[in-house]
Design a protein around this ligand. Structure first.
Ligand code: RB5
Length: 164
C-alpha cells in the first residue's frame, strides 16, 4: 500500500459504498460477498434517499489510500462519478468496469484496488459476474509493473507541484 500501512492481514476484508443510485446493487453485492466468505464493511448509503456520491467515494478511497482497507467497491448510477473521486486519492487505482473483460484487465494490467460499478447500467447478474472476476484475478506484474511505476511517479510529481 505504498508504504502507508499494510493490509496483509485483511485479505478477506472488503469495504463497499454507494450513493442512492447504487444502493440496491450494493445491497445485492453485499450478500454475494458474504456468501463468498468475505467480511464486508458497508460505509453506506443505507437507504435509497438522494445523497452525494463524492461523500461516499471519499470515505472509501480515503481508507484505501491510508491502508485501512485492502480494496473496495463503489457503486453509483454509472460508476463514473465514484471513479472520478476515488482516483483523486493517493495510491488508489479505481477502475470503472462494465463487462468481464474490463474486470479482468483492470486487475491483471492495472492492479485496480477499487472496483466501480454502475447500478443503473448493469443487471445484478452482470455486476455479480464482474465482481467475481475482479476478486479472482491477480496483477501480472512485468511490463505492467513498469507502467504502474510511471503512474506512481506522476502521482508524486503532481503532489510536489501542488504542495511545493
Ligand atoms: C445520481 O443521480 C448520479 O448522478 C450518480 O449516481 C452517478 O451516476 C454519478 O456519476
Amino acid at each position: 500500500m505504498d508504504g502507508r500501512g499494510s493490509c496483509e492481514n485483511l485479505k478477506n476484508y472488503i469495504v463497499i459504498a454507494s450513493d442512492h443510485a447504487g444502493f440496491s446493487l450494493k445491497e445485492h453485492l453485499k450478500k454475494v460477498l458474504v456468501n463468498l466468505g468475505y467480511e464486508v464493511k458497508d460505509l453506506g448509503t443505507y437507504t435509497s434517499q438522494s445523497v452525494d456520491y463524492p461523500d461516499y467515494a471519499s470515505m472509501l478511497a480515503g481508507g484505501v489510500s491510508r491502508g485501512e482497507y485492502p480494496r473496495g467497491i463503489l457503486v453509483c448510477g454509472t460508476g463514473i462519478g465514484m471513479c472520478m473521486v476515488a482516483n483523486k486519492f493517493r495510491g488508489v487505482r479505481a477502475a470503472l468496469c462494465w463487462d468481464e473483460y474490463t474486470a479482468k484487465v483492470s486487475r491483471t494490467h492495472n492492479d485496480s484496488n477499487v472496483l466501480c460499478l454502475g447500478g443503473r447500467v448493469l443487471s445484478f447478474e452482470e455486476a455479480e459476474k464482474i465482481l467475481k472476476i475482479w476478486l479472482r484475478e491477480k496483477f501480472e506484474g512485468g511490463r505492467h509493473a513498469r507502467r504502474l511505476e510511471k503512474l506512481k511517479a506522476i502521482e508524486r510529481s503532481m503532489e510536489k507541484w501542488v504542495n511545493g
